[in-house]
Design a protein around this ligand. Structure first.
Ligand code: MTE
Length: 315
């Protein structure tokens, strides 16, 4: 990855965020301890097509006092989406060319019921708001209220066979809409992957919105992955294809720099990137740095997925 810390773009929030879909944030019931417990994941019963999302409740980070939500303007103007350029302000400036309708995801491979599903049907899944930390491998982080649903809900519908061990994801690959594809910075299309149990984990979500709004193009519209315990690059944007596969799939960053970006990419303050430490991070908007937490603070929920694995070898 290219590493720069440019000043935040001055773009106005209402210039970068379409408001055709609106979530009444007042309808959120502030999540209490019960909402954080994985056992009782809260659910929205909203229908995006019908208008406002109706939030039943929300999941918050463990201690909101120390984890204020990142201003929406920062989260929508300081982005990584190399299909629209490598600068942090490039996606907000250039992603207007991305056409998010019509949009389909083709799901196949080791499944009993392969299918192609349109965005309108994806928006009918029961929606949840989840306030997750996103920790970029570059050393910055944000706290973002996503709107979406567990990836597992979609994967269950295609009935993975016993051969399905991994899930491979692919981003749209259209140079007419994505000017960054003309540069050789990555081996396009952008691809990512998870082990099947990681993909089925209740924390892993497909997001279609953030801050109660439709996902802005620069954040991966119309649908992107969010895997909160892994470095941000695992959270692939603008997904058009999902394949359930037997073998560990190739991923864009691992192909580009295998020594620097492993398949697992769990947030791990004890495993430095070859060119810099991962022990601390700077929350976007803060001046000082804070300690990075193992699994980005989600260890209680996900550490068991890696029991017995050497997480230094499997970085
Ligand atoms: N997905 C695609 N298709 N292309 C990208 O360049 N960048 C990744 C990830 N998903 C990227 C992508 C990286 S490096 C990060 S840190 C996150 O998106 C950033 O998500 P955000 O811009 O919504 O904060």
């Amino acid at each position: 990855m290219l590493f720069k810390f440019p000043t935040a773009s001055q773009a106005r929030e209402d210039e970068v965020t379409p408001r055709e879909l609106f979530l009444s944030r007042r309808s959120l019931i502030a999540g209490g301890a019960a909402a954080m417990a994985l056992g009782g994941l809260p659910v929205w019963s909203g229908n995006a097509l019908a208008g406002p999302f109706q939030a039943a409740t929300t999941i918050k980070p463990a201690d909101p006092k120390f984890d204020p939500t990142t201003p929406m303007k920062s989260a929508t103007t300081y982005n990584n989406f190399y299909e629209f350029g490598t600068g942090k302000s490039d996606p907000a400036e250039n992603a207007g060319t991305l056409k998010t309708r019509p949009w389909e995801i083709a799901i196949g491979g080791e499944v009993g019921k392969p299918m192609t599903i349109g965005i309108e049907d994806l928006l009918k899944f029961p929606m949840e708001e989840r306030v997750y930390r996103l920790r970029c491998v570059e050393g910055w982080s944000m706290v973002i209220p996503w709107v979406g649903f567990p990836l597992a809900e979609l994967l269950k519908r295609v009935e993975p066979t016993g051969n399905a061990k991994y899930v491979a994801f692919q981003t749209l690959n259209d140079p007419k809409q994505m000017p960054g594809l003309r540069s050789w910075v990555l081996d396009w299309p952008y691809t990512e992957g998870l082990r099947l149990d990681e993909a089925m984990h209740p924390l892993t979500m497909l997001a279609v919105g953030m801050y109660g709004e439709v996902l802005p193009n620069q954040n991966g519209a119309p649908i992107r992955l969010v895997v909160p315990w892994k470095y941000g690059f695992k959270s692939i944007k603008s997904i058009v294809k999902i394949s359930l596969v037997k073998d560990q799939p190739a991923t864009a960053w691992n192909k580009s720099q295998p020594r620097e970006y492993g398949f697992y990419s769990n947030v791990n303050p004890d495993v430095d990137h070859p060119r810099w430490s991962q022990a601390t991070e700077r929350r976007v908007g803060d001046f000082s740095r804070r300690k990075t937490l193992p699994f980005n603070g989600y260890g209680e929920e996900v550490a068991s997925l890696y029991a017995g694995m050497d997480l230094k070898a499997n970085y």
